[in-house]
Design a protein. Structure first.
Lengths: 203, 912, 105
């Protein structure tokens, strides 16, 4: 029972519990915390696998940005963020089938895994395995084009997020009633309707 | 005459073209340009066409008479046009050319005279009768077209050309019956005529086919000799060698069913031809169209349904006399059906009130007489009756038209103006019409020395004394199972036929006398005659002078049997003064018809009176028989006459005269003396029988229920099949399948992301399953000639392979390697099982067996020179092929160009 | 039991379980936010697998590079996805994904 075993067990348990909480919790904030837990656990596992640079990136980007973004959005939505229960979900059948299929697939995979012969210990690695220099060198040599593309992707994502989330009509109340929701989407649905009033409020 | 003979030689008799084509030209001109040409031009064209055709017929007749020598062969002038088409003969090799050719001999020459002569008179009559009809030019176009078709029928040199004319007259009959087609009744009558004719035409076509097959000839000249071939047996039953159903029947029935039955081809041809005649000449069972055909204008009834078209059937029988006499069975059928029709139609005519209907049934009855005549072998007598009937029946019909024309001055309703009950006493108003009508009456009831007397009497006499028999040894044809017992003319035949004829004569006398009395004698029952009567409302309207007569009014108004002579009569249409029977009305004095109508009446009347002397047997004045003798001499060889025929001639006339006296006397007593009261009493005492006879024995209704009902049922079935099965399957089923699959597939289009993701997961699972498990496949590349086979294993993720190449169950190598291809060499006919084991990255293993076999080499195609055949002429003159294996390949079967063929010892090169 | 965490199979198994939990969460939950978080879970699981195999075949760092890019793309995707959630909320005033059925027949 070395430190490595314990550390692995700890990180694995943290990840699993976090995942379960994410998926099961009613309250989305609890779900976000669960996600955070999973990410932190994953970072630990990366450290076990000698991917220190990636662990750092994981924490910075995922835990520091993505989860924060989730929390912000949950905050924006307010109490409605978790108000999905009340009526039973539609399409019970397809949900059940999907869940069962997913479980069956992974069980199959795990069984296959279990049937393999005696496991081999992880081999020795080179000393700079997982270092910033190694990964960065690869990225900026072999994956330079991909890196630039990823940059473009991020810019496009930023612009797209702004465009989609803006909606065109500023300063709206965050808790509209149901039939006001339709009119909330102010702005013409189609460029051809530009300039024409949409309902009583107009644009 | 000599000059004529040079212009028109006997083998290229172009005069026939003049006779036939002039009416066609008239029809085309009148039909296409008639409306523009105007009435006078149309009249001139039509009369000219038929008139010149008549003159040309006279010339042809004279030339024939000049060329015919006494006792010589029948003279026939032929014009050969061109070859129309070719039929393959019976053996499949010979070809029978069918030519477009016209010919005239004694029989067709006489017939052509009748057609064109009577046709001309009726054309003249129609110029006045149809004067006010807006379709005047169309009428004459159709009439000319009819004359053309009838002439093609008569003057055709072979059966196909005759058939062209046959169909043509059927067409013209349809066009002319339905001339006033606005009225549905007329159009239906036209259709009925055409369709009933078509049923008969089927028989004619079958006969033509049989003639081609068994006799191998279709034109008159060839048939004279080829008809002997018709005396062969034809197997009617069973079709094939045996009847499969008979297996389940008991012994006796099976014997009966499987016994082959034969008839002679001549009988089949005769019966088929007679079916055609029954259709065209209105015999039982296809007579039903003729009474309805009275819906057409009266000149049409006179020309087509009295004088010419309906006699085409008799003409056909006379033309094919040589074929008919080869089958006594067919002849007897013709005679019996003719006699039955004569009797049957006469019974219906007894109670009809419409004068045209009486004459129509009278026509059917007289046609029955004609068939009775030709059926017993008295071809001349039958044809003579055609001649006299043409004259007196045309005269009767034209007279009826004249009467209807007079009635139309006041009564415009079709049925009322033709109803005998509204007539009477017209003798004093229409003397010429009455005189000619009376003369024709005398002819039809066979008053002695009128034409009908001689013709009808001769038929009855011949029916009693003649019989048809084939002079064949043993009274049978053929031998063995195909032996046909020849039909023997039954001994009761002559007596029964004679009795039926006499009975029909009694009825004829009765109804014709009734007709004359009802129409012309007694008191006028139509309306109160007011001198100087004018249509009542003309004073009230006061604008009749300026009132234009609309053609449309005239046309709808003229849907009756005669046109409107009074221009103001159109106002009646507006005035709505319907004729109510029973209510006395006022009207003008009935008037006689103009000369264009009375002249033909007079000419026909005179012919009806005196034409009998063309063949007055009792007086031994028989130019017609003499004239037609060469045509029928061959046929009459098979007609047996009783030895005492000559002696019986006078006694056999007596029942005929008694029939006239009896029938006519009863009619006179009943109608003239007692004013029709006994008839009414009889009708009241047997109301159902009277109703039945009045309704023409309800034969039309019977046909409607059975034949037409069957066809309707078939059509209904077809409609239902189309609607439910075809539409059901093609449109509804396919649309159902599409809709159902759409309904099923639509369940996937929920619009919800998770449902789509679910499907994706399932798909991914499948792919993952396939990828995670190893699959052992190999393709086999075979080179059978050298026996080396290459197996190439299919690659996969992380696969490693292990082979067992010699099939002994142990692996070649214990560990898994990367060897993907394996080469195996096999001996001939060796079979080996090669095993492949595959392990993938996850360590799972899969095994597959491959069986490869090297087959035996294929020696079926021999590499070597082919066997040669040598043609030898044997000593007995036969030619046979001898395999030429001994000698080598120097000799060639087909000499190559430029090299002479090498000589063969004892043999010859093949010619083909 | 083999040394926990020193055999590749443990990481593969854990990755599989996490992925399954993420997939089930995505399919079973109707809250759009939870669905997005489940997607992040799945991406993380894949990252783990990649890095684990890179540990085994360590001569080139391509596994970690791949994971790096996955993290970048996942961030972008989360941003855009949340923007869409906001739009969706404005339109339907709910975050129930069952309401997003405009494509339904």
């Amino acid at each position: 029972m070395t430190a490595g075993n314990v550390f692995f067990a700890l990180c694995a348990i943290v990840s699993l519990v976090g995942a379960l909480v994410t998926v099961v919790a009613r309250n989305p904030i609890r779900g976000a915390v669960g996600l955070l837990s999973t990410i932190v656990g994953m970072a630990g596992l990366f450290l076990m696998l000698k991917a220190q640079f990636l662990a750092a990136i994981q924490l910075i980007v995922y835990a520091g940005a993505v989860v924060v973004l989730f929390v912000f959005v949950i905050m924006l939505l307010g109490p409605d963020a978790g108000a999905v229960s009340g009526q039973p979900p539609k399409a019970r059948f397809s949900r059940v089938v999907g869940v069962l299929a997913a479980i069956a697939a992974s069980a199959f995979g795990l069984l296959l895994l279990a049937e393999t012969s005696a496991a081999v210990r992880l081999p020795q690695t080179r000393p700079d395995h997982g270092s910033v220099e190694a990964v960065g060198g690869l990225i900026f040599r072999k994956g330079l084009f991909l890196f630039e593309l990823a940059t473009v992707l991020l810019i496009v994502a930023v612009i797209g997020a702004i465009a989609v989330a803006r909606g065109g009509r500023p300063a709206r109340r965050a808790t509209p009633t149901k039939d006001e929701g339709r009119r909330l989407f102010a702005g013409p649905l189609h460029p051809r309707d530009a300039g024409r009033p949409l309902g009583k409020e107009g644009v | 005459m000599l000059g004529l003979q040079t212009i028109f030689p006997a083998t290229d008799f172009k005069l026939l073209l003049v006779i036939v084509l002039l009416p066609l030209i008239g029809a085309i001109v009148n039909g296409v340009f008639g409306r523009r040409l105007g009435k006078e031009a149309v009249t001139l064209m039509a009369l000219f066409a038929v008139g010149v055709s008549f003159l040309a017929s006279v010339v042809a007749f004279a030339m024939l008479a000049g060329a015919q020598t006494d006792g010589g062969r029948a003279v026939r002038f032929v014009w050969r046009g061109w070859e129309w088409f070719e039929i393959a003969g019976r053996d499949g090799l010979s070809r029978l050319p069918i030519e477009m050719a016209l010919s005239v001999d004694a029989l067709s020459g006489t017939m052509a005279l009748i057609v064109t002569g009577v046709g001309f008179l009726i054309h003249l009559y129609s110029t006045k009768y149809m004067e006010t009809d807006p379709g005047y030019h169309r009428f004459f176009a159709y009439l000319n077209l009819f004359i053309f078709s009838m002439l093609v029928l008569i003057l055709g040199d072979n059966l196909p050309v005759l058939f062209v004319g046959w169909e043509g007259v059927g067409l013209c009959s349809y066009l002319l019956i339905g001339f006033w087609y606005d009225d549905d009744k007329n159009a239906s009558a036209g259709k009925k005529a055409f369709i009933t004719n078509r049923v008969g035409d089927f028989g004619l076509l079958v006969a033509m086919g049989l003639l081609v097959y068994y006799a191998g000839a279709l034109d008159w000249t060839s048939l004279d000799t080829a008809r002997q071939n018709l005396l062969q047996p034809v197997k009617l039953w069973p079709v094939g060698t045996h009847v499969p159903v008979a297996e389940v029947l008991p012994e006796a029935a099976r014997e009966w069913v499987n016994t082959p039955r034969y008839v002679s081809a001549a009988t089949l041809v005769g019966l088929a031809l007679f079916l055609g005649c029954a259709g065209k000449s209105a015999q039982i069972p296809l007579y039903v169209w003729l009474p309805d055909a009275m819906a057409g204008p009266t000149p049409v009834s006179a020309l087509i349904h009295a004088a010419t078209m309906v006699t085409a059937g008799v003409y056909l029988v006379a033309r094919m006399a040589g074929v008919f006499v080869l089958s006594p069975a067919a002849m007897f059928t013709v005679a019996i059906v003719g006699a039955a029709t004569a009797l049957f139609a006469a019974t219906i005519a007894l109670v009809q009130n419409d004068i045209k209907k009486v004459l129509a049934y009278s026509t059917v009855s007289q046609l029955g007489y004609m068939f009775l005549g030709v059926g017993v072998g008295a071809f001349v007598a039958g044809f003579f009756h055609v001649l006299t009937h043409a004259f007196f029946k045309a005269c009767l019909f034209l007279g009826a038209g004249s009467v209807i024309h007079a009635m139309h001055a006041r009564i415009h309703d079709t049925d009322a103006s033709q109803d005998m009950r509204n007539m009477g006493g017209l003798k004093s108003f229409m003397p010429i019409t009455f005189a000619t009508f009376a003369v024709s009456w005398a002819a039809i009831v066979a008053v002695p020395f009128a034409s009908g007397f001689f013709s009808k009497d001769e038929i009855l006499c011949k029916a009693f004394t003649s019989s048809v028999a084939l002079p064949v040894e043993g009274g049978a044809l053929g031998a063995g199972p195909a032996r046909i017992e020849l039909f023997q003319w039954p001994s009761w035949g002559p007596g029964v036929l004679y009795a039926m004829g006499v009975t029909a004569a009694v009825l004829t006398a009765f109804y014709m006398t009734r007709l004359v009395i009802g129409t012309f004698l007694g008191e006028f029952r139509g309306w109160n005659i007011v001198e100087g009567w004018k249509p009542a409302h003309s004073a009230a309207h006061g604008h009749e002078a300026a009132h234009p007569v609309e053609p449309s009014e005239l046309e709808t108004h003229a849907s009756a049997g005669s046109p409107v002579a009074d221009p103001h009569a159109a106002d009646d249409h507006h005035h709505h003064e319907p004729y109510v029977p029973g209510e006395p009305i006022d009207g003008p004095r009935p008037h006689e018809s103009p000369w264009q109508m009375t002249l033909p009446l007079v000419v026909l009347g005179a012919l009806a009176l005196f034409a009998g002397f063309l063949n007055a047997h009792p007086l031994h004045i028989t130019p017609l028989e003499h004239w037609l003798a060469p045509v029928f001499s061959a046929a009459e060889a098979n007609v047996a006459v009783r030895e005492d025929a000559q002696a019986l001639m006078w006694p056999l006339m007596v029942p005929g005269i008694l029939a006239l006296v009896g029938g006519g006397g009863v009619a006179v007593w009943m109608y003239l003396m007692k004013g029709g009261a006994p008839a009414v009493e009889l009708a009241e005492r047997f109301p159902r029988l009277y109703r039945l006879v009045f309704d023409k024995w309800r034969i039309d209704e019977l046909y409607d229920e059975t034949v037409i009902g069957a066809i309707d049922a078939l059509a209904e079935f077809g409609v239902a099949f189309d609607k439910y099965v075809v539409d059901g399957i093609v449109s509804r089923f396919t649309s159902f399948v599409v809709a159902a699959s759409g309904t099923v597939l639509r369940q996937f289009q929920t619009g919800r992301l998770q449902a789509y993701a679910c499907v994706m997961v399932i798909g991914l699972g499948g792919i993952g399953w396939y990828l995670l498990l190893p699959h052992a496949n190999a393709t086999v590349a075979a080179d059978a000639a050298r026996g080396s086979y290459e197996l190439k294993a299919s690659p996969g993720f992380g696969y490693s392979y292990r082979w067992d190449s010699n099939g002994d169950g142990t692996w070649d190598a214990e560990s898994f390697g990367q060897q993907q291809t394996l080469n195996v060499d096999l001996e001939v006919e060796e079979k080996r099982t090669v095993r492949l084991q595959v392990k993938n990255a996850l360590g799972r293993v899969a095994t597959e067996d491959f069986v490869i076999e090297r087959p035996k080499p294929d020696r079926s195609r021999v590499a070597g020179p082919p066997t040669r055949i040598r043609i030898e002429h044997g000593p007995d003159g036969q030619v046979r092929g001898v395999p030429d294996g001994a000698q080598g390949g120097q000799r060639q079967l087909f000499p190559s160009p430029g090299r002479p063929p090498a000589p063969a010892p004892g043999g010859q090169e093949a010619a083909q | 039991m083999e040394p926990l965490g020193y055999v590749i199979e443990h990481y593969v198994a854990l990755s599989g379980v996490l992925f399954t939990i993420g997939a089930v969460g995505f399919l079973a939950r109707s809250n759009v936010l939870v669905q997005l978080m489940s997607i992040e879970l799945m991406l993380n699981a894949v990252n783990l697998m990649l890095v684990a195999y890179n540990r085994v075949h360590g001569d080139v760092m391509s596994g970690q590079m791949f994971a790096f890019f996955i993290i970048a793309v996942a961030a972008a995707e989360a941003a855009v996805g949340l923007a869409i959630v906001l739009s969706f909320y404005r339109l339907k005033s709910t975050v129930n994904s069952d309401a997003a059925d405009n494509l339904r027949h």
